[in-house]
Design a protein around this ligand. Structure first.
Ligand SMILES: CC(C)(COP(=O)(O)OP(=O)(O)OC[C@H]1O[C@@H](n2cnc3c(N)ncnc32)[C@H](O)[C@@H]1OP(=O)(O)O)[C@@H](O)C(=O)NCCC(=O)NCCS
Length: 194
């Protein structure tokens, strides 16, 4: 079942670990240090880096910093999961992290949690990104009890806007970014919790 938690590593009385989450045909598996090279390859792909990294080749030291931040975010149950499809084969990255960077400068979005996703381009257009991010959003809503997510994406990143709209995000204005204007999308999770 999509979003089903397949490990039993939730500590009693706490939500500070990240479970593996099943998706049809694969899984979302929390990142670990050994994923560094695979993450570098993904983020340096020309089609992925275009909007995800302002078209820059992310240096190794930034990926190391990202993994150090991830270890901190993991203490809150946040951070990055590898998208495995099929299970065991990493084909992308999906994450939930405290909004940082250009979008985080807008006062009304500071401190909120931002979804992030990158899928290897051969799988774009298959619906896997929507399945993976949808499962992670469900986990944030039902397991971490988050009330709201805020996503920012470069205006020309049309695939990203379409994905967010498909997942129920609503447009919430714009803010300036490093390379492009950023469109802000908001998802109210509290209103959708049963
Ligand atoms: C953003 C990104 C993840 C979107 O991927 P995507 O494959 O377009 O997203 P979806 O999973 O929603 O797939 C949508 C497409 O799959 C199709 N599709 C097929 N089966 C589907 C299904 N069962 N469910 C949903 N969509 C399906 C849709 O019709 C749509 O087709 P289209 O592209 O021809 O319009 C991808 O473009 C990416 O990795 N970009 C680089 C990184 C990036 O910029 N990330 C955003 C900033 S954080």
């Amino acid at each position: 079942m999509t979003g089903e938690i397949t490990t039993n590593d939730r500590p009693a009385g706490g939500t500070n670990t990240r479970p593996t989450i099943a998706i049809p045909g694969g899984a979302l598996r929390p990142v670990r240090g050994a994923d560094q090279a695979a993450i570098a390859d993904l983020l340096r792909d020309p089609d992925v880096r275009r909007f995800m990294c302002d078209d820059r080749i992310v240096p190794d030291k930034m990926i190391s910093a990202m993994l150090r931040n991830d270890a901190l975010d993991a203490q809150r149950g946040l951070g990055f999961w590898m998208i495995e499809f099929p299970a065991g084969q990493g084909v992308g990255l999906a994450g939930m992290r405290p909004l940082r960077g250009a979008g985080g400068n807008a006062p009304y979005v500071t401190g909120v949690i931002e979804p992030v996703i990158a899928l290897c381009p051969r799988l774009w257009g298959s619906g896997l990104a929507a399945t993976a991010l949808g499962a992670l959003i469900g986990h944030m809503r039902d397991y971490l009890k988050l009330d709201r997510l805020v996503a920012v994406a470069d205006r020309p990143n049309v695939r990203s806007h379409a994905l967010l709209r498909r997942l129920g995000f609503a447009s919430a204005g714009t803010t300036s970014g490093l390379a492009h204007e950023l469109l802000i999308h908001v998802l109210d999770l509290e209103g959708t919790r049963e």
